[in-house]
Design a protein around this ligand. Structure first.
Ligand code: PLP
Length: 393
């Protein structure tokens, strides 16, 4: 199995078959597991062996299949599946931090991640320093001897800034800090975050891994020692584990993720090329474009792939952005991403509404900004829809 290439692992990796030898993965929709006798129950509570299960909050065969398969895709030793992306972020951070620890994080973060850092961790005596993630001098200045970990989104939402994983990892490792990355926008298909230096990689599986907008899930990836020694005890006792049903949906998602995400990225590049320099646009952001300010880094870190999201900044602010959103016929207005359906979002009034205006401005979340998650529709239909909507704006 270890010699298989990615596409093969995505279809067969991690498979566990029951006595019926079913082709498709079974959903082991059970909370618990029966022991042959009392001695076996006692022994399992002392130390569960590989593929021995106790209770679904601790682990489950369907969930284990998902964990093994995503670990193969990411090139990680092990993985722990969680109830949502946020359960993964919270689990990774909270399981290893204690009062008195210092954390450095990039300022451009998903709103709920910022809440964990600024509102929760600080309540328990963790000190958090936020920096401009693309400014390597700022990371260098912020890390200290007592910095326990650094945290960032490798590609930021919604302005698609790319953070240099290798360079930040070198800065963090020099003071003995772990590198924890929220890797959603880079996608598990284009990521080689661990190879670049990341210690822990987190995904919201709700996005590209499900890929069809059905279930919530998340995953924490890292060394066997970190996942089983630090993350698992925290997650299994605090209750953020993934349900077997959701793990089954995510397994089905993994079978097609490589095909889907590559097709979405091809369309995203076509869209970006078609819209680049459009007179109704103040700015068009797509990291896969050769003209993107960080394209060198995108080449090095993501094999030149810019991901599946394009962000557009319309001239005429919120009114123009709303006219544009309301005129769209193929893409729907919603707030997920990585879905088969194209989804457009107005971050300033939805996902980032909570932020004060100065902070929005600092993060480039202008009133005219629209985030467009490219789906699996025909790219020509999407381009026609976008151009028509731009006329209405
Ligand atoms: C969606 C998202 C999350 C949260 O994931 P959920 O599955 O919604 O809990 C965290 N980080 C990023 C970058 C996301 O896009």
């Amino acid at each position: 199995m270890s010699n298989w290439k990615t596409r093969t692992n995505l279809v067969h990796g991690g498979i566990r078959r029951s006595q019926y030898n079913e082709v498709s993965e079974s959903i082991f929709l059970t909370q618990g597991f029966v022991y042959d006798n009392a001695e076996q129950a006692e022994a399992r509570f002392v130390q569960a062996g590989d593929d021995e299960f106790i209770y679904a909050r601790y682990g489950n065969p369907t969930v284990a299949m998902f964990e093994d398969r995503i670990a193969l895709l990411e090139g990680a030793e092990d993985a722990f599946a969680t109830a949502s992306g946020m359960a993964a972020v919270n689990g990774a951070l909270t399981s290893m931090l204690k009062a008195g620890d210092h954390v450095v994080a990039a300022r451009a973060l998903f709103g709920s991640c910022l809440y964990i850092l600024e509102d929760i961790l600080t309540r328990f005596g963790v000190e958090v320093t936020l920096v401009d993630g693309v400014d390597l001098a700022a990371w260098q200045a912020a890390v200290r001897e007592d910095t326990k970990l650094v945290f960032f989104e490798s590609m930021s939402n919604p302005t698609l800034e790319v953070i240099d994983i290798k360079a930040v990892s070198e800065i963090a490792h020099a003071v003995g800090a772990l590198v924890v990355i929220d890797n959603v926008f880079s996608t598990p298909v284009f990521s080689n975050a661990i190879e670049q230096g990341a210690d822990v990689v987190i995904y919201s599986a709700t996005k590209h891994i499900d890929g069809q907008g059905r279930t919530l899930g998340g995953v924490i990836l890292g060394t066997k020692e970190f996942i089983r020694g630090t993350v698992e005890p925290y997650m299994k006792h605090t209750g953020g584990s993934m349900s077997p049903f959701n793990a089954w949906v995510m397994l089905k998602g993994l079978e097609t993720i490589d095909l889907r995400v590559r097709a979405q990225a091809v369309s995203a590049l076509k869209l970006a090329e078609a819209l680049d320099g459009h007179p109704k646009l103040e700015r068009m952001i797509y990291p896969g474009l050769k003209t993107h300010a960080q394209n060198d880094l995108v080449q090095r870190q993501l094999g030149g792939k810019g991901g599946t999201v394009v962000s557009l900044d319309l001239k005429g602010g919120q009114e123009a952005a709303f006219r544009f959103l309301n005129a769209m016929e193929v893409a729907v207005i919603s707030n997920n991403l990585g879905d088969a359906k194209s989804i457009c979002t107005h971050p300033a009034t939805t996902t980032h509404q909570r932020l004060p205006d100065e902070q929005k401005a600092e993060l480039g979340i202008t009133p005219g900004l629209v985030r467009f998650s490219v789906g699996l529709e025909d790219a020509d239909d999407l381009i026609a829809d976008l151009l028509k909507a731009l006329e209405s704006a």
